[in-house]
Design a protein around this ligand. Structure first.
Ligand SMILES: [Zn+2]
Length: 572
């Protein structure tokens, strides 16, 4: 019999603690403290309360928790003194059947790790999908984390302990994140398509209109039909458009989606999560035989990342009529023009103007996206409600620079939520012992609103002028990008907040540092985004980018709440 939240909420203190016994290894104090947050509103609430009990505990208590765990494939396993939970988990990962070489490797890693950090290496061996990491993945993770700084690694160990607890709780409560698993599996399956030259390196790269890109579009279309969209087509720029019609033919449409192209050697979730989460919602609506009082349109945007051609946001831009015909003559690295690539893909460029959407027919745009940053991961919070997509301005400059980098960093920090980055720095034909005569660098400045961005930019540029005057150097400046900030529409931000709130997890508001498709739609209709926690420090544009099936399930649940709430209070 599975435990229920109701049983846990109504049990006496001692009995309730006993019900949670073994969720955290040899550490009953975590359940005892977390129970103070009763009544729990959901399993996600309980998980958060337990993680919070740990984050609020002393450093000594946290270290003791980590040290209560056995070494991976260590002496306790050999002596068969592991807890039942640990035996089961190490068994499933195949760690109980290591070859002598693998055991040797693990012993070496255990020794090096213990010497560096003073606690055992802990990894949630059932992994982000819950079905188990391979021994190869475990060993690779072990080797990678050995390079972490001690404070980060201690936090990473605790996060893995929370993930172990999450899976144990799922088992205890008989919960399977069915739709989260589905979203995960779609992403995994889509990632088999990668551009030539990357597959053999095991890298994911899908750039605009390559064979892999078109295979992705075909695959997404097929899955959309399978889950029950009423119509699916690929439009004139390669966007995959699925519609789930409303109760009446004249109903307005809620628009959502994200991009399916990737950066070179990118992650499997960037963009794609925002296509598959609403697809999971349609799968659920179809299963329930439900129609909403509005139509639901899910778009897999063909291009966002600007990898093959200089133009970016080709997919979402075309929907708002921002397709510049001058782009047709842009060439990729092989000299293939955008026009040629589109014709090769069977797209008809003459139809591009016709895919522009009439904003009057739409309620608004919402987008789910992996966070691409460490904030939610550090806070143990699964979802974040985006308050604004930062506006940015980017310059390429040439001058003496060290002083300016320091100033930019300090000046951006003054605002609290601005970001200033000198990401490229180059001394053309520099020598190690020659004072450089020339330096080229980039300057990227972002803030949640345009006024704040412009004030930051003005201060940094006047400082640049002052530094150059004082040092007697020249500078030149070229603005290479300027994007307006896209504050979330308050009503739509509130809808995400209400959706997250109803899941029983904290409502955490945050700006988006990176640009997203929602920025384009922002120009013609209200928009708001939901961020999903990433793991591995929130790394993105990298193969290590990941999230868990449980967090994906929560984002599907949040999206379903948003649809339900919108259906209950129809808006004009
Ligand atoms: Zn993205």
């Amino acid at each position: 019999m599975s435990l229920t939240i109701d049983q846990l909420n109504t049990a006496g203190a001692e009995q309730a603690a006993a019900l949670l016994d073994g969720i955290y290894e040899h550490s009953p104090w975590i359940a005892q403290r977390a129970l103070a947050a009763r009544p729990f509103r959901s399993l996600a609430h309980l998980k958060y309360a337990m993680a919070k009990a740990v984050s609020q505990a002393s450093n000594d208590a946290q270290l003791a928790l980590i040290k209560a765990h056995p070494e991976l494939a260590g002496k306790a396993m050999e002596a068969k003194t592991l807890t039942a939970e640990s035996t089961n988990e190490q068994n499933k990962a195949g760690l109980t059947q290591c070859t002598p070489e693998e055991l040797e490797t693990l012993r070496g890693l255990n020794a090096a790790y213990g010497a560096k950090f003073g606690f055992p290496f802990i990894v949630a061996v059932r992994g982000p999908r819950g079905n188990g990491l391979s021994k190869r993945e475990i060993i690779a993770t072990f080797e990678r984390r050995l390079n972490n700084l001690p404070a980060f690694e201690q936090a990473e160990a605790l996060r893995n302990i929370h993930r172990i607890a999450e899976i144990r709780l799922n088992d205890k409560f008989g919960v399977v994140p069915v739709l989260g698993n589905q979203v995960w599996d779609w992403q995994e399956a889509l990632a088999v398509h990668t551009d030539p030259g990357y597959a053999e390196k095991g890298q994911l790269t899908v750039t605009y209109l390559t064979d892999a890109h078109r295979a992705c579009a075909a695959q997404i279309s097929a899955w959309m039909r399978e889950v029950g969209f009423d119509s699916v087509h690929i439009d004139a720029v390669g966007n995959v458009v699925g519609r789930y019609e409303g109760q009446t033919p004249d109903a307005k449409t809620l628009l959502t989606g994200s991009h399916y192209d990737t950066v070179r050697n990118g992650g499997k979730y960037d963009g794609r999560l925002g296509i598959f989460v609403p697809m999971a919602c349609v799968r659920e609506l179809k299963r329930q035989g439900r129609r909403l009082p509005f139509a639901f349109e899910v778009v897999g945007f063909a291009e966002e990342e600007g990898q093959r051609y200089k133009a970016t946001f080709l997919g979402s831009g075309a929907l708002i009529g921002h397709f510049n015909p001058a782009w047709f003559d842009q060439k990729d690295a092989d000299g293939i023009t955008l026009r040629e690539a589109m014709r090769h893909a069977g797209l008809n460029e003459a139809e591009i103007p016709a895919i522009r959407r009439d904003p009057a027919r739409y309620l608004g745009f919402v987008e789910v996206h992996i966070e691409q940053g460490p904030v939610l991961n550090q806070l143990d919070i699964p979802l974040g409600v985006v308050t604004s997509i930062n506006g940015g301005v980017r310059y390429d400059a040439a001058t003496a620079v060290a002083e300016l980098i320091l100033y930019t960093e300090q000046r951006a920090a003054q605002d609290g939520d601005s970001v200033g980055t000198v990401g490229q720095l180059e001394v053309p034909s520099g020598s190690i012992n020659v004072v450089p005569g020339r330096c080229r660098f980039s300057l990227d400045m972002r803030a949640p609103n345009d006024a704040q961005r412009d004030a930051l930019s003005a201060d940094v540029l006047s400082q640049l002028a002052a530094i150059c005057a004082r040092r007697g150097v020249h500078y030149t400046l070229e603005e290479s990008m300027r994007a307006a900030a896209a504050p979330s529409a308050p009503a739509w931000q509130q809808r995400w907040e209400a959706a997250v709130e109803s899941l029983g997890v904290p409502v955490y508001r945050m700006p988006s540092g990176a640009g997203h498709d929602a920025m384009k739609l922002h120009e013609v209709m209200p928009q708001a985004m939901l961020f999903v926690r990433g793991i591995n420090g929130g790394i993105s544009h990298n193969p290590l980018e990941s999230s868990t099936a449980d967090d994906m399930q929560l984002s599907v649940d949040a999206f379903m709440h948003l649809l339900d709430n919108l259906a209950a209070q129809p808006i004009a």
